[in-house]
Ligand binder design. Structure first.
Ligand code: ZN
Length: 253
């Protein structure tokens, strides 16, 4: 160990801790702060690298990204023309209280998380069989680029970020197979469209979810990397602090 605190017991403790940490956890993960493609529409170029990322994953079928009760507040349509969707609606809107957990359509690998002017906080996931999904308007994001996810992984929570600000919280969800936009109804059953009354809407799933969303910062989430990295950072800080303490207390300056 480079550090010598003068306390051999402390040195041994820190040495042991470092040995026990997986090496990869010490490397900060660099990630693009923004989603590389605006996928809030039909534009999406499948990358070979992304497609390969899900190779070898066991595939156990598809599921709805919201497991509990949700409402349909926007059907998939190539032709729908309203003021919000002048060129059709390339996904489905799944309305649920803000903070409701979002799960992946199937097993997969997170190809990106970031912000998108339309989608707000978004997650992109590559699944086996050339299927890729996009989750938008999230209030919080729980995963990082490169994470393997299964059907029980909470990847994000429902919100109203991006151009959904001020609307009823919902997940805008899109699916492609080999670069072709798909109707998500092919993968799971959406209920019939229901008009909503904003006043009657329960906006937050819980106070905790609301507080968590208020504290969530996408930029910070991306640059902080995985929690293990934060632990490595805290240990680095401990080293620095103990060195300062040692200089002050032991060496007298
Ligand atoms: Zn939508």
């Amino acid at each position: 160990m480079a550090i010598d605190s003068g306390d051999s017991q402390l040195d041994a403790l820190v040495d042991d801790l470092i040995k026990k940490m997986p090496k990869s956890n010490l490397l900060p993960t660099k990630q693009a702060p923004n989603a590389p493609v605006n996928t809030h529409g039909t534009t999406y170029k499948p990358s070979t690298e992304d497609s390969k990322s899900a190779e070898g994953l066991e595939f156990t079928g598809y599921q709805s990204p919201i497991k509990g009760t949700f409402y349909n507040s926007g059907d998939f349509s190539f032709t729908a023309t309203d003021k919000r969707h002048p060129n059709g609606h390339m996904g489905v809107d799944m309305r649920a209280a803000a903070g409701t957990p979002i799960y992946p359509l199937a097993e997969g690998v997170v190809t990106n998380v970031g912000t998108d002017p339309k989608g707000g906080n978004v997650v992109n996931i590559q699944h086996p069989n050339g299927v890729r999904t996009y989750y938008a308007h999230c209030s919080t994001v729980k995963v990082h680029k490169g994470d393997k996810v299964d059907k029980d992984t909470i990847i994000a929570t429902v919100g109203d970020t991006g151009n959904a600000k001020g609307t009823v919280p919902h997940l805008h969800f899109q699916v492609w197979t080999n670069g072709q936009i798909q109707n998500p109804n092919k993968f799971f059953t959406m209920p019939r469209y229901t008009a909503y009354d904003k006043k009657k809407e329960k906006w937050w799933a819980s106070d905790e979810a609301k507080q968590e969303a208020e504290a969530f910062n996408m930029q910070q989430h991306v640059t902080q990397g995985k929690p293990a990295t934060s632990l490595a950072k805290r240990i680095d800080k401990l080293f620095t602090e103990s060195q300062i303490y040692y200089d002050l207390a032991v060496r007298g300056f």
